[in-house]
Write a protein that binds this ligand. Structure first.
Ligand SMILES: [Fe+2]
Length: 174
């Protein structure tokens, strides 16, 4: 039986609060069809870096809306999440994957994630970086199971690895 489409943030929050486990979350991801207009009230923009907006925050599952101005990118980073999904809600993101070589991340591949695309993030992904290389704003929804509390970033200038606590730029009231 096909699950009813999820077309709003409220429906997404309700679904996430009821489901558990890979199959349940995966089914939710497959049924998400949220129009950009619905996401407008939750968008949060910053001219100097991409933003993370908390849409659902629990230990087993976390939903984060990310907002990317043209040219913005994340740090090269890694985390020991169990699994996750990224859905492109508007625009596109580039995902660069890195392998460690002599204690430095070396890019091994690059994937363009486009409008409405879904990408599954797994344990073996390792170091990676998301960038909005397009001339338009991009919006992407990340689901992490379980919640990501810290990650390791690679500082390109100093060559050092740093453990960074994750942060939200905005936490809407529900
Ligand atoms: Fe990431």
């Amino acid at each position: 039986m096909k699950r009813t489409e999820i077309t709003s943030i409220q429906q997404l929050r309700k679904a996430l609060s009821k489901e558990a486990g890979h199959a349940g979350y995966s089914a939710i991801v497959d049924s998400i069809n949220i129009p950009v207009k619905e996401i407008e009230p939750y968008q949060h923009w910053n001219g100097s870096h991409h933003t993370r907006v908390s849409l659902f925050d629990s230990e087993p599952i976390e939903a984060v809306l990310t907002c990317w101005e043209p040219g913005q990118s994340s740090a090269i980073h890694n985390y020991d999440f169990k699994q996750g999904w990224v859905l492109i809600l508007q625009g596109q993101l580039y995902l660069e994957l890195y392998h460690l070589k002599n204690d430095r991340p070396v890019e091994v591949s690059e994937i363009a994630l486009r409008d409405k695309g879904v990408f599954y993030l797994n344990d073996g992904m390792g170091f990676h970086r998301f960038s909005n290389n397009s001339p338009h704003r991009s919006l992407a929804l990340f689901l992490y199971a379980s919640k990501v509390k810290r990650w390791t970033t690679f500082n390109v200038k100093t060559g050092s690895f740093d453990t960074v606590e994750t942060r939200y730029d905005h936490r809407p009231l529900f």
